[in-house]
Design a protein around this ligand. Structure first.
Ligand code: ATP
Ligand code: AH0
Length: 367
């Protein structure tokens, strides 16, 4: 049965809520619908930054001490507004949508402690938008001993199915954190986080330039990357470990650049992201031939160029170039995952999160 699924994603970049509609049976994507975006205001972003720093002390996934309760209300409200605006703009009615896939906002990810925390009140959202909401996608995986991330690989596989590119194909998402999906034929699906995405660079841009990000990679293009710093950073055990593996947004926050010019700092952090992504190559069964880059980092030309320089003769294309809507992919993925969850299909696999067996997931909240 085909479902109309609306996916909602609030990623680690803390930039806003992505919304995207797809028609799917949970196995294939029959059609892409419209997408939308509801940015967080500067005040909401600050609240989320504060929530992330307070969340490091959490021991239970449903506890909301301190600022976390207020942050959760803000996240829920922003999502309700995002859906209301989307439905109105596209002249839809709530009944036109079968299921909403609501990721929430990750504030802490500690799979080794079987703990991953996404804030966002799904029952309240379902009541506000009058549509069933599937949420808590990562919990069952982490409880079963999986990494709890990444979860988009099943969707990347569905997208790559109709792509005529030489394999192995690797889909890279450069969001706040970067993650890859490695697809070789129908049987091999391997995935993991690779290291920083834009988060370190965004935090640096915010501190030194009072800007949210390095638009198009312009500042980094003017600087010189500190290759020795990058080589040292890549010696951290995370980069040497084979997949599956996953990260918390702030896992690399302790890496300090020292006193550098803004352009050199931006160049170093951009090159670090690219080098960390390419560091996955020797940890894969075969060398990828085709790289497809999605997420906000696909818009950073310097980042794409730095990745090209590190992947040998393989091709590197932005998702848009192969006809995918780069900014909507993660939101589409959570619509797809909601449809799969409804049908009891696996969301994660031993090769994607290290969970002992293929695992379905998601919890439903009805209006
Ligand atoms: N034009 C641009 N030039 C350079 N960088 C950009 C541009 N547009 C977006 N970005 C970067 O992309 C980031 C947002 O990416 P995206 O929306 O994929 O992240 P996310 O979904 O929050 O993260 P994650 O995938 O980790 O959950 C911004 O914070 C910024 O760093
Ligand atoms: C715990 C968590 O929210 N992780 C995010 C984060 O952002 C990118 C990367 O780290 C990825 O592992 C994941 O998001 C995507 C949507 C995923 O699960 O595939």
């Amino acid at each position: 049965m085909m479902l109309t699924a609306l996916g909602l994603m609030s990623g680690t970049s803390l930039d806003g809520v992505d919304v995207a509609l797809i028609e799917t049976d949970g196995k294939q994507v029959k059609a892409f619908g419209p997408s939308g975006y509801r940015p967080y205001s500067p005040a909401e972003r600050n609240l989320l930054r504060q929530a992330l720093s307070e969340a490091v002390h959490l021991a239970q996934r449903d506890a909301r001490p301190g600022v976390l309760a207020e942050a959760e209300r803000a996240v829920t409200l922003a999502h309700a507004e995002a859906v209301a605006a989307f439905v109105a703009q596209n002249r839809m009615k709530p009944e036109d949508i079968d299921i909403v896939g609501f990721h929430g906002q990750t504030v802490l990810h500690r799979p080794e402690k079987r703990l991953t925390v996404q804030i966002g009140d799904a029952p309240a959202l379902a009541r506000a938008i009058h549509i069933p909401v599937m949420h808590d996608f990562r919990a069952a995986d982490v409880e079963a001993g999986g990494q709890g991330a990444p979860f988009v690989p099943v969707y990347h596989r569905a997208l790559a199915h109709s792509l005529e590119r030489e394999g192995p194909i690797i889909v890279v998402n450069i969001g706040g954190v970067s993650n890859i999906t490695y697809i070789d034929g129908n049987d091999t699906l391997i995935a993991c986080d690779t290291g920083p995405g834009n988060a370190l660079l965004d935090d640096f841009m915010y501190r030194t330039m009072n800007q949210a990000f390095d638009a198009d990679g312009k500042l980094a293009a003017l600087g010189k990357a500190d290759e020795a710093w990058i080589a040292r950073a890549l010696e951290l055990p995370f980069f040497v470990s084979p997949p599956p593996k996953s990260l918390d947004r702030n896992d690399f926050a302790a890496l300090k650049l020292g006193d550098v010019l803004p352009a050199d700092g931006a160049a170093t952090l951009t090159a670090f992201t690219a080098a960390a992504i390419a560091r996955i190559i020797p940890l894969l069964p075969r060398r990828p031939r085709s790289w497809i880059v999605c997420g906000g980092g696909a818009r950073n030309r310097t980042m794409l160029q730095m990745l090209r320089e590190r992947v040998g003769s393989a091709t590197v294309e932005a998702a848009e170039a192969v006809g995918w809507a780069s900014d909507a992919i993660e939101a589409q993925a959570f619509g797809f995952l909601a449809a799969r969850g409804l049908k009891g299909l696996p969301l994660s696999y031993p090769g994607t999160t290290g969970v002992p067996m293929p695992m379905t997931g998601g919890v439903i909240a009805r209006p």
